[in-house]
Design a protein around this ligand. Structure first.
Ligand code: ADP
Ligand code: MG
Length: 655
């Protein structure tokens, strides 16, 4: 080896990790180095990449012919093969995606496990067999464009990324996002919720501001716990999240509550403006006769006008084959007021949820909020800023570019993982409780809703039938107490157990949710050493509405559910007791006082009939009485057990 060579710092040889905001409307890529996070623009210097891919079917295969701006600009030429908003289909079934279908310009068909797939049209003919693509493949095309953009700018092949997802994305949607990364040649080192990324970008902003403050001035970045709201209004979706941030040497972010609407965004404003223009005397006569190209031209003009009105008081719109129309900011504002109201209603919901968790009133939470961070292109609308300010009682934080906040935060997380940023930790929460089915159809929760990830919990179980050599583990998600009211995530078996009496095997079940929200379940029978495990990747995800409904249901049914769960457990345990006691009674009856034996038999019969009525209709039994009856039998059977023990000692060989 030649001597005297200059050593290369390890840092620069390390493969960089980029941060990616894979948005419904627009996507961005960013990097964080010792100078802080920054967006990596494309070769033309544009920071955003529209999340649009245009395909052409050539022979048997599809070819992506344009991505980003180019694909979007030419969308009207071939809407059926121009794929936008594919994020709405990620990790979802056709049924899940049904509410989104009317908004998409292309066809969606069912793939394996009813997953939603994109159907491309061959040669523009609706009859020909379509070419079917997964949403992951389309997203991968966008990720590939970002990856090429970053590799070119950084002068090194980029192979690792942190990708953000909405906070409400479930396991299946997160997994689909990872898969898209893998298809694009990216190792997805971490999936981060978008609001958490925004909080990270904000947290870093605070530190930088603190560093610039002259010495001696009062330190204002909070070192005590603080709460922030992230208001994210994008192209098609709205999300509001309330997070807790603990400053100091390490920043800890925790999502307290999230709420939103998957069909509320800037697109609605564009549609409102289009409708306004169509009802205009200058255009109303053409309503219904506009060509698709004219209509999409009008939509682009409406969006352009909307964006201009964020800066100016009025703007001019060119109408198709007609005059120019002036649109004022005041006109736009009165048009969109109901739309703004909808977003603020949702903010109220998130605020109430978060306040409940902190055990304070929503008003008190508003007072203690440290910042309301504005994220998403639509938060540039002055009316939004004003109304959000009025709602939260403070000026929203708009220092960071709303288009870029999430990508910058993803880059900060990437920097933390690669060691360029120190001293911050991310915490996210589990949206729905996770548990397993127990005998009688009840659900034993193992990890509770709102637990912070990564999370680990174990619970001991046993068998309910003698000689069981295999145990089925059924994994469920949801807040309700019975299996039928929860969502099944999968099943697996712990097999090869040596036959043992019911209740003797000691099965330790461990749930582990990793930092990306992926669930690993393992079961271990201690006596035999048998093990089995499962990584849960569900077929398709829950919609946010379903999560909200499951949550609301659990509140409505809480009392009934608890009773039912209790009764199901009482049935199972009473049966086990009856079996044990019955066996011993048969064996040792001759050694017992006849009155005592008769009393035990009567109690056994009474408990048996109580079980029967509970199995017929659980509502007909009083769980407290049931419990007392079971307990009384347990107490009465103590003498029987003592007799049994002394008899078996006496009969021991050599005794
Ligand atoms: P997403 O997160 O859904 O990918 P973005 O955060 O990129 O979306 O937001 C895109 C939306 O923001 C579009 O509807 C766009 O019209 C809107 N938007 C961008 N700039 C402005 C502006 N200056 N004024 C009003 N709306 C804007
Ligand atoms: Mg976004």
């Amino acid at each position: 080896m030649p001597s005297g060579g200059v050593v290369l710092p390890l840092r620069s040889r390390m493969t960089p990790i980029v941060g990616i905001d894979l948005g419904t409307t627009n996507s961005l890529v960013a990097i964080c180095d010792d100078k802080g996070p920054r967006i990596i623009p494309d070769a033309q210097g544009r920071p955003l990449l529209p999340s649009v891919v245009r395909y052409e079917v050539r022979g048997e295969r599809e070819v992506a012919v344009a991505r980003g701006y180019e694909a979007r600009a030419h969308a009207p030429d071939d809407p059926a093969n121009t794929i936008s908003s594919v994020k709405r289909l990620m990790g979802r079934s056709v049924a899940d995606a049904a509410p989104d279908l009317p908004f998409l310009s292309y066809s969606v068909v069912a793939g394996d496990h009813n997953t939603a797939r994109v159907a491309l049209r061959r040669g523009g003919s609706p009859e020909a067999e379509p070419v079917v693509l997964s949403p992951q493949e389309v997203s991968a095309e966008i990720l590939r464009a970002l990856r090429e953009q970053a590799s070119r700018a950084l002068g090194t092949e980029v192979t690792k990324a942190v990708i953000t997802v909405p906070a409400y994305f479930d396991d299946a949607q997160r997994q689909a996002t990872r898969d898209a990364g893998r298809i694009a040649g990216l190792e997805v080192v971490r999936i981060v919720p978008e609001p958490t990324a925004a909080a990270l970008a904000y947290g870093l902003g605070l530190k930088a501001a603190a560093a610039q403050r002259p010495p001696g001035s009062t330190p204002s970045p909070p070192s005590t716990p603080s709460t922030i709201a992230v208001f994210d209004l994008g192209g098609g979706t709205f999300d509001i999240s309330i997070l807790k941030l603990t400053g100091g040497d390490t920043d800890i972010f925790q999502v307290l509550a999230t709420a939103g609407d998957t069909h509320l965004g800037g697109d609605d404003v564009d549609n409102l403006v289009v409708n306004l223009l169509l009802s205009d005397p200058g255009l109303s006569h053409r309503r219904g006769t506009l060509t698709p190209a004219e209509l999409s031209g009008l939509k682009l003009a409406a969006e352009r006008a909307k964006c201009e009105l964020s800066e100016r008081e009025q703007t001019a719109i060119d109408l198709p084959s007609g005059p120019t129309r002036t649109l004022t900011r005041a006109e736009l504002e009165s048009l969109i007021t109901p739309w703004v109201d909808r977003a603020l209603d949702i903010c109220g919901r998130a605020l109430r949820d978060a306040a409940r968790q902190l055990d304070i009133t929503p008003e008190a939470l508003k007072d203690t909020l440290d910042a309301v961070i504005m994220v998403g292109g639509s938060t540039r609308i002055p009316l939004i800023r004003r109304r959000v300010g009025e709602f939260f009682g403070r000026a929203p934080y708009t220092a960071l570019d709303p288009d870029q906040v999430v990508a910058l935060g993803a880059a900060v997380q990437a920097g933390i993982l690669s060691g360029t940023v120190k001293g911050a930790l991310l915490l996210d929460v589990i949206p729905l409780s996770l548990g397993i089915e127990t005998a009688g159809g009840a659900v034993a929760k193992i990890i509770f809703r709102n637990s912070t990830v990564p999370a680990r919990a174990t619970e001991m179980f046993s068998t309910s039938v003698d000689g069981q050599t295999s145990i089925k583990l059924h994994i469920l998600q949801g807040e309700r107490e019975m299996v039928e009211d929860c969502r099944s995530l999968g099943t697996f078996h712990l097999r090869g157990l040596p036959p043992m009496p019911a209740g003797i095997p000691q099965v330790e079940v461990e749930f582990l949710v990793d930092a990306n929200g992926v669930l690993n379940v393992s079961a271990h029978e201690r006596r035999s050493g048998r093990r089995a495990q499962l990584q849960v990747i569900p077929n398709h995800g829950l919609t946010r509405e379903e999560v909200a409904r499951m949550e609301a249901d659990s509140l409505t049914h809480a009392r009934d559910d608890m009773t039912r769960h209790r009764i199901a457990d009482l049935i199972v345990n009473s049966k086990l007791d009856i079996k044990w006691i019955g066996e011993r009674l048969a064996k040792y009856e001759s050694k017992l006082d006849p009155d005592y034996a008769a009393d035990l038999k009567a109690q056994l019969a009474a408990l048996r009939s109580r079980i029967e009525s509970a199995e017929r209709d659980w509502k007909s039994v009083d769980p407290d009485e049931f419990y007392r009856a079971k307990n009384a039998l347990d107490q009465s059977s103590i003498r029987l057990q003592e007799v049994g023990i002394s008899e078996s000692l006496r009969n021991r060989p050599g005794a």
